[in-house]
Design a protein around this ligand. Structure first.
Ligand SMILES: Nc1ncnc2c1ncn2[C@@H]1O[C@H](COP(=O)(O)OP(=O)(O)O)[C@@H](O)[C@H]1O
Ligand SMILES: [Mg+2]
Length: 264
């Protein structure tokens, strides 16, 4: 158990998730009975080899893909009891996504990319507030970008800035609507060592300073070692959850030891 808000209900809770895909008509179960709970401010990682079902799990946790059976609750709300419209709104407000390939729109500037989810949501809520809405979004984007050390990059397009900076822009976009939960899928996957470390330090800061709840999936042990708790996933199941705690040095030894116990 983490010491973080141990007495509060979990921000994110998954109960006995299963997911099957029909692959050439034969159903194949890629998530096989996963339950987990993540508390507010916790940095939680799911680590496992490529193909074990991590992205599928993360998409289910974020309301992007319905499980075959099982439940997901975020701040007590059962995601898959919501209508499509409600779920879309819930995702925009409460969940921030960070992907391996950043998924920035190439024709928009960094600031416009960051503003996008915020704008989409406000448009839905206040369809008639033209100018004010835009100024609001721009201000909020600027605020978040400054916090993440992206001052001065607002007007640049994604192909004009380095990979590490692109991913920080993607982190800013994930945070712009002030979500309760940030879900990150191999967020350092395409970055070099320094770029990757900067993104991990940023996620760490978000959890420790802002009490932001982070769930990250990765195949990389050095990346997972930044988290406070690491679930080891093999073949669609969580085999063990390793409690690392809030450390200042992110050595991999305790994780490697557990991985080898699972034959990984
Ligand atoms: N939409 C899909 N349709 C069919 N099979 C899929 C789909 N998405 C993922 N899979 C399969 O499910 C398994 C788990 O994939 P994924 O969740 O992407 O694993 P990971 O992220 O751990 O690499 C893989 O064998 C993959 O080919
Ligand atoms: Mg994946």
């Amino acid at each position: 158990m983490s010491e973080v808000e141990a007495d509060q209900p979990p921000v994110l809770e998954a109960q006995d998730l299963h997911k099957s895909y029909a692959i050439s008509r034969t159903p194949r179960e890629v998530v096989r009975g996963i339950s987990l709970q993540v508390r507010r401010g916790e940095f939680f990682a799911v680590m496992g080899p490529s193909g074990c079902g991590k992205s599928t799990l993360l998409h289910i946790l974020g309301g992007l893909s319905q499980p075959t059976t099982g439940r997901v609750r975020i701040q007590g709300q059962d995601l898959y009891e919501l209508s499509d419209r409600e779920l879309t709104a819930f995702r925009r407000n409460r969940i921030g996504f960070i992907f391996q390939f950043f998924n920035l729109l190439p024709s928009l500037t960094a600031a416009e990319n960051v503003m996008l989810p915020y704008r989409l949501e406000r448009e839905r809520v206040w369809p008639l507030r033209g100018l004010g809405r835009d100024r609001d979004a721009r201000q909020r984007a600027e605020e978040v970008m400054n916090l993440l050390g992206l001052r001065g990059l607002q007007g640049h397009r994604p192909d004009e800035i380095a990979g590490g900076e692109q991913q920080r822009v993607a982190v800013a976009r994930a945070l712009v609507a002030d979500p309760a939960v940030v879900l990150a899928d191999e967020p350092t996957g395409t970055l070099d060592y320094h770029g990757g470390r900067a993104v991990l330090e940023l996620l760490l800061r978000l959890s420790r300073q802002d009490q932001r709840t982070i769930v990250m999936v990765t195949h990389d042990v050095r990346t997972a070692a930044y988290a406070e708790r690491v679930a080891i996933m093999v073949d669609g199941e969580i085999r063990e959850t390793v409690e690392l705690g809030r450390r200042s040095v992110h050595d991999t030894a305790p994780l490697l030891e557990r991985l080898s116990a699972h034959g990984l």
